[in-house]
Write a protein that binds this ligand. Structure first.
Ligand code: DHB
Ligand code: FE
Length: 287
């Protein structure tokens, strides 16, 4: 049987990808950020999964205002790297696990979650930056060390899904993975956040206290955290802080939410700022 063995949470920022691609990771501005991922890279080498179910948001690259799926599940065998205006990042495309994705679609849709299925979805910084942070530099000729299943969540154009809905979806994804009849080690990653606002009079907003309380609650009381309304995210975490609802999908897929033991916290990291964003990172392993 397939099983989820860990969840990983990390922010994404395009400038992080650019820092890696341009060889700037040891510069004074970036060094403390990348130091926070050294443990994670070793952990991932020691605990390499077969598949990463990667929850992220597209930033008008695969999608646009022409069509706005709330939850778009990637069911492809292959994902090209998006050109966000400066050419695609020099990182490998990602290979999908189409069979497990199809099974998750079948299971989750029959549990009444209306996913959109996507067979062609170029992956933007929301996807490639978490991969780069966790895997480090991958040679241009190389491959990412696992297959992926992308879930693109609309957190860009209102109305966006509630934290509660995201948390429920994570629980359904857990059941779907557990009913796949192949021995696969699966991680689920929740990405985006933490506090940031890129526009308007409050551009540059960072809220350290709120972010750290979010991390505390994500670990200890995710079901209560999932009840938090959008207005609290926008007020306290900034307009782009709403990306954090995606972390609740990954957290909802952990065993304790289904009545099992609490996960083990392997790593927690927080750093301000990266570009305009507060960076948070967490690794939870199943007990
Ligand atoms: C930044 C952060 C984001 O989440 C994003 O999608 C684009 C830019 C930033 O802080 O620069
Ligand atoms: Fe973003």
């Amino acid at each position: 049987m397939a099983r989820i063995t860990a969840s990983v949470y990390t922010s994404h920022v395009p400038a992080i990808g650019a820092a890696m691609d341009l060889g700037k990771t040891q510069e004074a501005y970036w060094q403390p950020l990348f130091a926070g991922y050294e443990y994670s890279r070793q952990w991932l080498r020691d605990n390499t999964p077969d598949v990463v179910f990667l929850v992220y948001n597209d930033h008008a690259n695969a999608f646009s205002l022409d069509f706005i799926p709330t939850f778009a599940l990637g069911t492809a065998a292959h994902y090209e790297v998006a050109d966000e205006g400066w050419g695609p990042r020099p990182v490998p495309p990602a290979e999908g696990h189409a069979e497990l994705a199809a099974h998750i679609a079948q299971s989750v849709i029959q549990e009444d979650f209306d996913l959109t299925l996507v067979n062609r979805m170029p992956i933007d910084h929301g996807f490639t930056v978490p991969l780069s942070l966790m895997c480090g530099e991958v040679p241009p000729t190389g491959q990412w060390p696992f297959k992926v299943i992308p879930l693109a969540v609309n957190v860009v154009q209102y109305p966006v899904p509630s934290g509660r809905r995201c948390f429920q979806l994570g629980q359904a994804i857990r059941r779907a993975v557990a009913s796949f009849d192949e021995d696969l080690n699966v991680h689920i990653w929740g990405t985006g956040g933490m506090t940031h606002q890129l526009q308007g009079p409050r551009a540059g907003l960072i809220n350290r206290d709120w972010d750290n309380r979010f991390l505390d609650r994500l670990i200890a009381e995710p079901a209560q955290l999932a009840q938090m309304p959008h207005i609290d995210y926008v007020r306290e975490a900034g307009s782009e802080g709403i990306e954090l609802v995606m972390w609740l999908i990954a957290r909802g897929a952990m065993a304790d939410v289904a009545g099992g033991p609490a996960p083990v916290q392997k790593h927690r990291f927080y750093h301000v700022p990266a570009s305009n964003t507060a960076v948070g990172h967490l690794i939870l392993e199943e007990a």
